[in-house]
Design a protein around this ligand. Structure first.
Ligand code: 8YV
Length: 324
């Protein structure tokens, strides 16, 4: 049996399936107390499977026998892709299985932010509902508005479908490349990011985190948006300049923001974002349903077992090289 390290807890049924094919060393997350043991285990590891731990080139260099890695995520930014590609080590991820769930989460953010659901629910909960809701507490409509999507990948498309078919929204998007089928399917308009920022009522960022997208959205971009606009980030925290967003929300540059990801996670409770009523904050729950997380784990276990048997059809380690 090939030696693999499982560095994130998974349901017993999937762990047993992995253990039926591999010799598994398990770590329930990597932290200061078990980091030395994890690094020692890397010496014999032929496979890695888990998530939420940065796999730097320094760490991966401690695994001379590594043949494949499998991340329980669609995002691959926790792995040093250049290093893996140089060593010819495939990295598998879990595209497709989480698209609809993550799109549901993004629309939850859109609705909560537009209709001030969290702020008003807290008002009820805290006994501050003492009169009819007046104009100062009104939300804004979602149906019929313009939804701009930055990053029209699988999840971006799932979000666009919800807007088009569910809320009769006008869909516009910017992306590394055009998607004519989506334009036809959803009557969507392709445009550059500046035009999208200027004309969208809702701006939703769903790009992967890459050297090209890091800090893609900052003060200049927020200033292009309408003062009535709502900003949604479901990509990675580092795709935006978070301090610039705080300024934009504080100064009325934009109306509100719904965020599922942050520059530092967990978000420190002394973050200025925590003080803003016009910021709806989720703890990175994009794919966090029982059904979808099991589907992701099952996919990741399949990916690793198959890769160690030579099938790397889900390999994405060299994809970034194709897009540079
Ligand atoms: C979770 C995600 O972070 O798939 C991703 O890239 O960001 C989310 O699904 C991931 O599943 C790890 O918990």
């Amino acid at each position: 049996k090939k030696k693999v390290i499982l560095y994130r807890d998974i349901p017993a049924q999937e762990r047993q399936r992995l253990e039926s094919q591999c010799e598994v060393t398990f770590f329930n997350g990597i932290n200061d107390t078990n980091k030395d043991a994890f690094e020692a285990a890397l010496a014999d590891a032929e496979g890695l499977i888990g998530t939420s731990t940065r796999m730097s080139s320094e760490l991966l260099s401690l695994a001379p026998k590594l043949k494949a890695a499998s991340t329980i995520s669609v995002g691959t930014d926790l792995y040093d892709l250049n290093y893996l590609t140089e060593r010819g080590i495939p990295l598998m991820h879990t595209p497709g299985v989480l698209d609809e769930t993550t799109a549901d989460t993004m629309f939850t953010l859109i609705m909560c932010t537009a209709r001030r659901a969290v702020e008003l629910s807290n008002m009820v909960r805290e006994g501050r509902w003492n009169s009819n809701i007046g104009e100062s507490l009104y939300g804004t409509d979602v149906h019929g508005k313009t939804l701009g999507i930055i990053g029209m990948g699988r999840i971006g498309y799932a979000i666009a479908k919800r807007g088009h078919f569910g809320f009769e929204m006008k869909i516009q998007y910017c992306n590394r490349n055009r998607k004519p089928d989506i334009e036809q399917d959803l009557n969507a308009t392709y445009m550059n990011m500046e035009e999208l920022l200027k004309t969208s009522d809702f701006v939703c960022v769903m790009t992967p985190l890459t050297p090209e997208t890091e800090r893609l959205i900052g003060a200049k971009e927020f200033a292009l948006m309408k003062p009535s606009a709502i900003f949604i980030n479901g990509s990675r925290g580092k795709v935006i300049d978070q301090a610039a967003l705080v300024d934009a929300l504080t100064n009325g540059t934009i109306r509100a923001a719904g965020l599922d990801v942050f520059e530092v996670e967990p978000l420190p409770d002394d973050s200025p974002l925590c003080e803003l009523n016009n910021a709806v904050l989720f703890p990175h729950i994009g794919s966090a349903t029982s059904e979808t997380r099991l589907a992701m784990i099952t996919c990741a276990v399949d990916n690793l077992i198959n890769a160690l048997d030579g099938d790397i059809s889900h390999n994405c380690a060299n994809q970034h090289l194709l897009t540079r």
